[in-house]
Design a binder for this molecule. Structure first.
Ligand code: PLP
Length: 283
C-alpha cells in the first residue's frame, strides 16, 4: 500500500514518524475514519468538520486545507485501488522532546493517512448481527473528542470477545453511553428509534447524525433520550451505527436475545436506507 505521511506518498514500509511524536508518547492526537464504497467517500464533509472540531477542542493547529484533505483521500483511494474500504486519517500535535507541557505554536502537526480494503456493504455482521455485552464506561470525561486514546475501547472489545460476544456497550451512571467504537440505538415495541442525546460522554457520530436526518425525512419516530441496559434487553430491536459498519444489527445483549436472535426488520430497513441515501451523496 501507499500511505501518506506529512506531505509525501510513500510505500507503507518506508513511512516513518518521530519517536518523539506526541501522538505516540501522550496519545495527543485525533483521527477520522471515512468509508469508501464504489471508490467514493461517504459523509466526507461531516468527517472533515468533526476533525476541525476535535483540533479546536484540543487547541491543535490545523495546517492543511479541506481541499487538500479531500485530494489526499482521493489520491490514496486511487493509488491503492480502493473500491470498498476505509480511509484512516490521524493528526497529532507534532514531535518535540518529551515534556508534559507544550507550546503548540512551536509544533508542526503530524498528518498520516492510509487505506484499508474491506467489504462494508455485504458483511457477516449485517446478515448475522452482533452479540453485545455491557461493561462499565471507564473512559475520560471528553469522549466527544475523537482522540487516539483508544486503549479502554480496545480492551473492552477484547473482553467482549472473551465473553463470546462481538462488541461491548458501555454504561455510566446506570445508562448506556455508546459502543466501544459506535453509537448505540434501540427500537421500542412501538417502532420508535431511541438514542441518547449528545454530551461530552459520547462521540457525536457522523453515521448517527445522518441516520437521524434520514429517519426524520422518512417519518420514523426518533427519541433522543437516555436508556438503561435493562430497557435495551427488553427492546424490540437494537443496533449500532459507525462509519465503517453503517447500521449494525444487535441480536443479543448480555446473553438475552433480541428480535428472535436475528437482525430486526426496522434495523434492516434503516441499514438499507442509510446505504442508499449516503451513496447518493458520496463524493
Ligand atoms: N462512538 C465511538 C466511541 C466511536 O469510536 C465511533 C467511531 O469510531 C462512533 C461512536 C461512531 O462514529 P461515526 O459514525 O462518526 O463513525
Amino acid at each position: 500500500r501507499t500511505v501518506y505521511v506529512n506531505g509525501a506518498y510513500v510505500p507503507e514500509n518506508e513511512a516513518t514518524v518521530s519517536v518523539f511524536d506526541r501522538g505516540f508518547l501522550f496519545g495527543d492526537g485525533i483521527y477520522e475514519v471515512a468509508a469508501v464504497v464504489g471508490g467514493k467517500l461517504i459523509d466526507f464533509p461531516a468527517h472533515t468538520a468533526r476533525l476541525h472540531r476535535s483540533a479546536n477542542e484540543l487547541g491543535m493547529r490545523f495546517t492543511v486545507s479541506d481541499e487538500e484533505l479531500l485530494a489526499i483521500h482521493r489520491e490514496l483511494i486511487s493509488r491503492n485501488g480502493v473500491d470498498e474500504g476505509v480511509v484512516y486519517l490521524q493528526m497529532t500535535r507534532g514531535a518535540i522532546d518529551r515534556d508534559f507541557m507544550f507550546d503548540t505554536e512551536k509544533l508542526t502537526p503530524t498528518l498520516v493517512l492510509f487505506t484499508q480494503n474491506r467489504p462494508l456493504v455485504d458483511t457477516g455482521v449485517a446478515k448475522a448481527g452482533m452479540k453485545i455485552v455491557s461493561i462499565p464506561d471507564l473512559r475520560w470525561g471528553r469522549c466527544d473528542i475523537k482522540t487516539v486514546q483508544l486503549l479502554y475501547p480496545s480492551l473492552g472489545k477484547m473482553e467482549a470477545k472473551s465473553r463470546g460476544a462481538d462488541d461491548a456497550w458501555m454504561v455510566r451512571d446506570g445508562v448506556v453511553t455508546e459502543g466501544t467504537s459506535n453509537n448505540a440505538f434501540i427500537v421500542t415495541q412501538e417502532g420508535a428509534i431511541v438514542t441518547r442525546p449528545l454530551s461530552p460522554s459520547i462521540l457525536p457520530g457522523i453515521t448517527r447524525a445522518a441516520l437521524m436526518d434520514y429517519s426524520a425525512v422518512s417519518g420514523t419516530p426518533v427519541e433522543e433520550r437516555e436508556f438503561t441496559i435493562e430497557e435495551a434487553r427488553n427492546a424490540a430491536e437494537a443496533f449500532i451505527t459507525s462509519a465503517s459498519v453503517f447500521v449494525g444489527p444487535v441480536v443479543s445483549i448480555d446473553g438475552v436475545e433480541l428480535s428472535g436472535g436475528k437482525p430486526g426488520p426496522v434495523t434492516l430497513g434503516l441499514r438499507k436506507q442509510y446505504i442508499e441515501e449516503s451513496l447518493k451523496r458520496a463524493i
